[in-house]
Design a protein around this ligand. Structure first.
Ligand SMILES: [Zn+2]
Length: 355
């Protein structure tokens, strides 16, 4: 039995976009960027994502699973019961496989539902710097067949400085051959048309979207795709907001996720992201709460997640509102940072909290 008096009950939260499996630290880089150094210069000198790739490649399965599990445990204590975890810091066949194995093992250890996404097309690794075509071939011909059994989705990072729309399409189509769901990092740094490309292929979500245009929004709406908004990355990159009013007007469902990663979004708290999505992007309270529950489930192609109804996953969180506030949903989003959690129920079982 759980005493839920004074609490708001919500479906277990769903974080539908994270890069939660990595090793190494970017704290030094954080300091340098605050001091005014440009990310592109840091990257040029072998830092940034390339330093995370080096540290992650050097870590064994056990070390990666331990690190990822502790990140997931912290999320579960805050009411998150499902997390999508991407690979993409291995960028080589064996290393990508190790990351996806570590993510699934971390989910088992943390007692949290993990859906995995293969993101071999996250960046071009240093050793392929002058051979992009060769790296793309490796992703499609070597990495993908090796990891297909370990992944639920395939994702590509299509943007200026990353992969092109055509390269992204080739990877997504190859993933589709293995029965993987499709998702895409799209329209973040520059408008490329990636969202419309992924929509035409049947992707479940397009993520970031700060620079999506009218045609892209139309494509998301026409194909029933979810727009995944990532306010942590927007904050750390001091970027502009995605066009929320136009997404809303087109009827595109919006999800909100942490984008947890050590570089551009070192944010592990989904509640903070919901508040930031309201305050900095203009989501309503209802949209923000749907964004971290039902619409996040839809972004993962799982309408049984992030909802409370017969036949659904059986995940629930009991949340205490801040002192003096009413037990209304708006009181959960109004304050920045995680609220007090009374209990977390996962697959019908109480896994966290007082009872
Ligand atoms: Zn991401």
């Amino acid at each position: 039995m759980v005493d839920g008096s004074g609490c708001v009950g919500l479906p277990g939260l769903v974080d539908c976009h994270t890069h939660a499996v990595w090793a190494g630290s970017r704290a030094e880089e954080f300091k340098r960027r605050l001091a005014g150094e440009r990310y592109t210069d840091i990257l040029e000198a072998g830092g940034g994502i390339l330093s995370t790739v080096r540290a992650t490649r050097a870590a064994d399965l056990e070390a990666l699973a331990t690190l990822c599990a502790s990140r997931l445990q912290k999320m579960r204590r805050r009411g998150v019961t499902t997390v999508e975890v991407k690979s993409g810091y291995g960028l080589a066949p064996e290393a990508e496989e190790r990351l996806l194995r570590a993510a699934r093992e971390a989910g088992r250890r943390a007692g949290i539902r993990v859906l995995t996404t293969f993101l071999g097309a996250h960046a071009v690794p240093a050793e392929h710097r002058d051979d992009r075509a060769g790296y793309l071939r490796e992703v499609i011909e070597d990495q993908l067949p090796r990891v297909a059994e370990l992944a639920d989705f395939v994702d590509v990072y299509v943007d200026q400085g990353a992969f092109t729309v055509e390269e992204g399409r080739a990877v997504l189509e190859a993933g589709q051959q293995y029965g993987l769901g499709l998702r895409v990092h799209a329209e973040q740094v520059a408008h490329t048309g990636a969202a419309a490309m992924a929509a035409a292929l049947g992707a479940t979500s397009a993520d970031h979207l700060e620079r999506i245009d009218a045609a892209g929004i139309e494509a998301l709406a026409a194909h029933g795709m979810v727009a995944v908004l990532l306010p942590g990355a927007m904050l750390y990159l001091r970027d502009a907001a995605p066009p929320v009013a136009r997404l809303r007007a087109a009827g595109v469902p919006m999800a909100v996720a942490t984008d947890l990663n050590p570089g551009t979004s070192p944010v592990d708290d989904l509640w903070t992201c919901a508040t930031l999505a309201s305050v900095t992007m203009g989501l309503t309270v209802e949209e923000a709460l749907l964004g971290i529950t039902a619409n996040a489930g839809r972004a993962l192609g799982r309408p049984d997640l992030g909802v409370l109804r017969p036949g659904a996953a059986g995940d629930m969180v009991l949340v205490e509102t801040p002192p003096g506030e009413p037990t209304d949903p708006e009181a959960l989003i109004q304050y920045l940072g995680p609220p007090s959690i009374r209990a977390v129920i996962h697959r019908g079982r109480i896994v966290e909290g007082r009872c």
